[in-house]
Design a protein around this ligand. Structure first.
Ligand code: HXC
Length: 258
């Protein structure tokens, strides 16, 4: 599929999706969000793809929602079109793991998009922020919600109220990103992580994603029950038998995704 605002490549069983609107620092306009939800849905459906990496350019992962496109909209327009709602929900429905490889600016909707991914690997030059307050709006796709769960109230309030940017080191300390790597190593590191994930049983990988995400959606007691039942259900898979047999026989597991 050819896209106007994305470059989509596959390397073995990894889909690499690059946001590609360099003239606007990858600002998320409606075409980009449409294309991104299509590309991700397509990768999710494609049996040959086992993990997805989402990235931008060295200067910007994404500098936010496209300010030019939305500046003149009325409340009724954004309400009726449920601005960002449906397109973002399509991204949230993806069941395969998505790694965000963030270099440069991840601001506003860009930071929020990175947080929708399953984890973030940041380049040393990454800058995260929720500067919507400077534009007279609040964050719209998780900047006050996901960010608060990731980094706690103090930093989330600070970022959303002052609009200041967080560098990669602070983002790692705060728990927003899983690792920070030298900028030129960002993509190799993200692709290596994706390849590690791709080696596992895809049934187990989906179950891990569902279980960790459940921690954000429910109480601890319900989450622990969900996790335990999911753990029990893994014993119905051939890959559980294979994984444990391989350990006992001191060999590599040959998972068959069933
Ligand atoms: C539209 C944008 C843009 C954006 C940058 N550009 N961010 N266009 N929407 N969010 C455009 C600029 O207008 C400029 O185009 C070109 O990209 C290069 O940007 P510069 O500002 O010249 O670059 P620089 O001086 O390096 O500054 C980089 C920057 C700054 C600090 C990232 O561009 C910036 O502050 N951008 C806005 C960040 C922001 O407020 N994001 C939140 C958006 S609201 P021209 O044509 O002039 O060369 C949001 C709501 C989320 O995200 C709701 C849910 C999605």
């Amino acid at each position: 599929m050819a896209f106007e605002t994305l470059i989509v490549e596959t390397e073995d069983d990894i889909a690499l999706i690059r946001l590609n609107r360099p003239e606007a620092l990858n600002a998320l306009n409606s075409t980009l969000l449409d294309e991104l939800s299509k590309a991700l849905t397509e990768a999710d459906r494609n049996d040959k793809i086992r993990c997805i990496v989402l990235t931008g350019s060295e200067k910007a992962f994404a500098a936010g929602a496209d300010i030019k496109e939305m500046s003149q909209k009325s409340f009724v327009e954004v309400y009726n079109e449920d601005l960002f709602g449906a397109k973002i929900e399509a991204i949230q429905r993806v069941r395969k793991p998505i790694i965000a490889a963030v270099s440069g600016y991840a601001l506003g909707g860009g930071c929020e998009l990175a947080m929708i991914c399953d984890f973030i690997i940041a380049a040393e030059n990454a800058k995260f922020g929720q500067p919507e307050v400077n534009l007279g709006v609040v964050a719209g796709i998780g900047g006050t919600q996901r960010l608060t769960r990731f980094v706690g109230k103090a930093k989330a309030m600070d970022m959303n109220l002052t609009g200041r940017f967080m560098d990669a080191a602070e983002a790692e300390r705060a728990g927003l990103v899983s690792r920070v790597v030298p900028t030129p190593k960002l993509l190799p590191e993200a692709m290596a992580a994706a390849r590690k994930i791709a080696e596992k049983s895809q049934v187990t990988v989906k179950a891990v994603k569902e279980s960790v995400n459940r921690a954000y959606e429910t109480t601890l007691r319900e989450g622990l029950l969900f996790e335990r039942r999911t753990f029990h259900s893994m014993f119905a898979t051939e890959d559980q038998k294979e994984g444990m047999a391989a350990f006992l026989e001191k060999r590599e597991a040959q998972f068959r995704d069933r």
